[in-house]
Design a protein around this ligand. Structure first.
Ligand code: S3P
Length: 778
């Protein structure tokens, strides 16, 4: 049973046995910071009829009774414990065994029920279980060792805070003897005080905590000791900069407590310390050797990993966590103008990292999109041992490791929100010698992955989509275990997807023989172009694309053009608003991406291209758009894959057009970052636009009007105001921001944090050309 299922089972059990308040009498043993904080949290949340405490320090007990926190207190357990149905042991680990003896005596003498729940808060768990085993012949059914991962540098009763556990984790160790009801009730208590409960095996808990908590504390104490024992220690402390202060903040915590913990978790701490010593001597050697590349690699990896772990654990985007629940309030404006540069192309940025890493030699990338999706790809290759310098203002230097130089990542590769990263990487990893796991955020883990896993299996890959319904996490077995290389196949793609095509072509680079994919319609061809640019032969015969396995890639320079998918928002912004004139500099106009231009032109938008040239194997041009009266159209199906990401904003254009616009053949939109047909229809209806959802598209009744003298009449509002839910889809959020140019009232858009996946700086750029977006942090 997974830990999630377990947690749910406990919740159900707790519901069945619900009582109010949750406990009759809670007895807290030890009124230090943690004990007193739990007591206060229980009190404030009304979770017990009575709270009593045992503490060696009588004045604390008296004070707590005076404060109304306790109903009674004593220095002796047997005097106070009678009638308790929960005992929380909050004394140092070394003192727990003596407490167990008192509890056993109370049970033996009938003062305590034998099913009373007994828990502790110590930061080591194996020794607590050992102490219990030494005292009780059979462990009590109510014994649930636990560890709230919360604390503060201040200690003692006076430092208590009822909110200490809010948004913190509490690890609970289920023993074979523990009753499910005990776990359920204790979990309910912790959740009621704001914590989230995680089940974990005791030995695993101790090993993890040795690394993540005990080792850092040990190092902090030791560094202060090192500096304090210098002769010139006064100067050292006087001039100690922020780094010293930050690093040693935790050395202000209670020495007695840490003394006890270091002994209580002795073996796990020693092995964490030994491992640390190896890393320390490695970095020492890099400095002695003046090994600049390796040192940069180590520092860069560590910096990125620090950010990455935080996001991975939270399943959240990479950048700016403060913007996590931010929203836009947009005041209607009616025109846009100016000349702007749009950030780099997302698809090309991903591929630059992938091919640059697999090439021999160094690859310099300029114009790299520093959005979260491309950063996820970058991090994945760092995790697989590739040294990548940057990104610095869109510049990257990738030290390619060659076709067989990737190393296994120590942790699952985290793809954040990025479908492109996951699908293309799956192709690469299916061919590697080592095993891999690919995972993503909640949204990515719901997107279909069998579309790549099934054809990869035909090539001999061993890949499992371990989520429900053929979704991520993906687990891939390395070729070393499988014993044979991948085999080239002929694959007829059921959908025109560049991600499926690219995944298979990339896998084909290591396959025996030829890998050929046939696409039903043209889809973006950046993989083919970049492979050729890196000197890898690709055969393109209409919609049939083939590669032979066994070749090599040669690193070089890649200039990433501006992303036409991001430019699309501003193209539509100018097209739907009065007197607008906007020029977007050097945007990629690869013919497999220009569906947006073709569709807008069919709608009679005023678009012109100038300064056409080539950048790094990709055509680019300045795009100028002026406001005009748009007309509704039936969108030709062959244009759908060429504008696949632009439909959300095209729906905004269609709403402003005169007459009906009909989109068909676009089922793929239902499996993007959100179901873009359903979510856009919901938002359009909120803003007063009449539209009908079909299985594979949308019919929009445009509200644009043509004035009698056929003058441009694009000043009338088309949208009302309202609250839009973006479903955490970046393109939905940006599309409705564009709608504000023809809105009568304010539009608010919730869940805008994912805009950073593809278009960092969107709101600033929009405001620069005349829109009025206010970013509101929650
Ligand atoms: C992409 C391909 C498209 C697109 C995605 C990026 C790529 O997906 O929607 O944003 O970089 O290959 P599909 O090819 O699955 O349609």
């Amino acid at each position: 049973m997974s830990s999630q299922q377990k947690t749910q089972q406990y919740k159900n059990l707790a519901l069945l046995n619900a009582q109010s308040p949750l406990f009759n009498q809670v007895c807290v043993i030890g009124l230090g910071l943690i004990g007193a904080s739990i007591a206060q949290a229980i009190k404030n949340n009304g979770l017990a009829e009575r709270i009593v405490a045992v503490d060696r320090h009588e004045p604390s007990l008296k004070e707590a009774i005076q404060h109304g926190l306790l109903d009674a207190g004593s220095v002796v357990l047997s005097e106070i414990v009678s009638g308790s149905d929960l005992i929380i042991i909050a004394v140092p680990a070394q003192a727990v065994q003596a407490v167990f003896i008192d509890i056993k005596n109370a049970m033996d003498s009938g003062l305590l029920a034998t099913d009373c729940i007994i828990t502790d808060v110590c930061s080591t768990k194996v020794n607590i279980i050992d102490a219990a085993k030494a005292v009780f012949e059979t462990l009590p059914v109510g014994l649930v060792p636990a560890h709230p991962i919360a604390g503060a540098e201040n200690s003692g009763y006076h430092a208590r805070r009822a909110t200490l556990f809010v948004n913190h984790s509490v690890i609970i160790c289920e023993l074979p003897t523990t009753s499910h009801l005990a776990i359920a009730k204790l979990s309910q208590l912790w959740e009621a005080v704001g914590a989230s409960v995680m089940p974990m095996e005791a030995a695993h808990h101790d090993a993890i905590l040795a690394h993540t908590s005990h080792l850092p504390h040990l190092l902090a104490f030791n560094l202060v000791e090192q500096l304090a024992s210098h002769d010139d220690n006064l100067d050292m402390f006087r001039y100690a900069a922020g780094g010293f202060r930050d690093f040693t903040r935790i050395a202000a915590s209670d020495p007695k407590m840490w003394h006890d913990i270091f002994f209580a978790n002795q073996s796990a701490i020693i092995s964490a310390l030994d491992e640390y010593s190896v890393y320390l001597s490695d970095i020492r050697q890099l400095i002695i050797d003046k090994n600049s590349t390796a040192l940069m690699g180590l520092l860069g990896r560590a910096q990125a990993a620090r950010r990455h772990f935080g996001h991975m654990l939270a399943s959240t985007p990479y950048t700016d966590t403060s913007a996590m629940s931010a929203s836009y309030n947009i005041t209607p404006s009616n025109t846009v103008s100016g000349t702007i540069t749009i950030p780099g192309d997302k698809s090309i940025s991903h591929r630059s990292i992938m091919l640059g890493s697999l090439a021999t030699g160094v690859t310099h990338v300029t114009g790299f999109l520093e959005g979260e999706d491309a950063l996820a790809t970058l991090q994945a290759f760092r995790d697989m041992g590739v040294i990548i310098e940057g990104p610095d203002n869109g510049n990257l230097t990738i030290h390619g490791v060659g076709m067989n130089g990737l190393k296994p990542s120590k942790t699952p590769l985290y793809m954040g929100n990025s479908g492109t990263s996951m699908r293309l990487l799956a192709g690469i990893l299916a061919a590697q010698a080592f095993d891999s796991v690919l995972t993503g955020d909640t949204s990515l883990n719901k997107r279909p992955m069998e579309r790549i896993a099934a054809p990869l299996r035909q090539m001999g890959a061993v890949i499992q989509s371990t989520g429900q319904k053929g979704t991520a996490p993906l687990s891939i077995t390395g070729r070393d275990s499988v014993g044979t290389p991948l085999q080239g196949i002929e694959y007829d793609m059921p959908v025109a997807s560049a991600q499926i095509k690219s995944c298979l072509l990339l896998a084909g680079l290591w396959a025996e023989g030829t890998t050929t994919v046939t696409q039903p319609e043209v889809s973006r061809d950046h993989t083919e172009r970049m492979l050729s640019a890196f000197g890898y032969p690709v055969t393109v015969d209409g919609n049939r694309i083939s590669v032979e396995g066994g070749g090599t890639l040669k690193g070089g320079d890649i200039a990433v053009p501006a992303d036409i998918s991001s430019a699309a928002f501003f193209m539509v912004a100018a097209a739907i608003s009065q007197d607008s004139e906007l020029t977007l500099k050097q945007v990629g106009i690869n013919p497999t991406r220009t569906g947006i231009i073709d569709i807008l032109k069919l709608m009679q938008a005023d678009i012109s291209l100038s300064n056409e040239t080539h950048v790094g194997g990709e055509p680019v041009a300045d795009i100028t758009i002026r406001g005009s009266n748009l007309v509704g159209i039936e969108i030709p199906e062959y244009l759908v894959p060429l504008a696949i990401d632009e439909f959300p904003v095209l729906f905004i254009a269609a709403s402003c057009a005169q007459g009906r616009t009909i989109l068909t053949g676009a089922k793929e939109l239902r499996v993007k970052e959100s179901d873009r047909i359903a979510v856009m229809a919901e938002g359009l209806q909120t803003l007063g636009v009449d539209c009908t959802v079909t299985e594979d598209g949308l019919i929009i009744e445009g509200k644009g009007t043509q004035s009698q003298n056929s003058d441009i009449n694009n000043s009338q509002p088309v949208f009302g105001g309202g609250d839009i839910v973006s479903h955490h889809d970046h393109r939905i959020a940006m599309s409705f921001a564009v709608a504000s140019l023809r809105a009568s009232q304010q539009i608010s858009i919730e869940g805008i944090e994912t805009i950073n996946t593809s278009f960092p700086g969107f709101a600033e750029l929009a405001n620069q050309i005349g829109m009025s977006i206010d970013v509101v942090s929650a």
